[in-house]
Design a binder for this molecule. Sequence first.
Ligand code: DGL
Length: 287
Amino acid sequence: MHVPDMPNAKSHAPIGVFDSGLGGLTVAHAIRARLPHEDLVYLGDVARVPYGTRSPQTVMNYARACARKLCEHEIKLLVVACNTVSAVALDMLSVELDLPVLGVIGPGARAGAQASTHGRLGVIATAGTVLSGAYPRAVASVSTRVEVFMEPAPLLVPLVEEGWITGEVPRLAVRRYLEPLVAQRIDALVLGCTHYPLLHELITSELTTLRGQVLPVVDSAEATAHDLERLLRERKLARDAGMDRDRGGRKGSLRILVTDMPGKFSEVAARFLGESVDGLDVTQIDL
Ligand code: DGL
């Protein structure tokens, strides 16, 4: 994570969050749960999802366009909610943008390394994230005792998009992706993709069955919200919770920008966000 100086930052500005699509709303959800008084502007590049199967150069180009659009909203900090973008474009964004940039891989890797008691950490992610080697690098930067075993789990993204998060089909897919990791005797698992937290329960139960014991399953969304809180405090960018503390303080806004508005937008977005999107400010934009 690169944190440049920010002399002109304003704590009352919104936090920008972007993802290849709507899956990053799982990260927005975790941020809103931890920092309910912060304003968020979320950009989902729904027109070009998935990024996980594309080349690093294409992902970098897309990521640059998303980040620039969010900067037009005078954000104080950028959260890259997409694991694939965090894997291949975080350094580029940190260099090019004049504001702090936080990805999901650093926080996820650190939480995973902490959860791994015997140093055998499994990670499931998109093909792009696996090929980038970003997770093993991030884990190596926080611990020399943890070995990382990765497995691409591409089918889980469309399954979650379709709402197939319980039942035989996702269970068999999850089992197939976990088997090689279980054969490596992993002792903890990181969900290295925005979509996988919706399968948290199913993944935990399959992992328990295959491994014969309950293992920690780390959600990088929660780890990212935790690191974001610390970064905001360190950079003196945290927004004051407001005067009406008796009523839980100020309630931050959530603005959603999307590059396409699919028919099932509200249903899919609500699934990721964990709340209805009716009444939220949703705008379709071009990049
Ligand atoms: N947001 C992507 C990620 O976390 C998953 C969806 C995609 O492939 O674009 O890696």
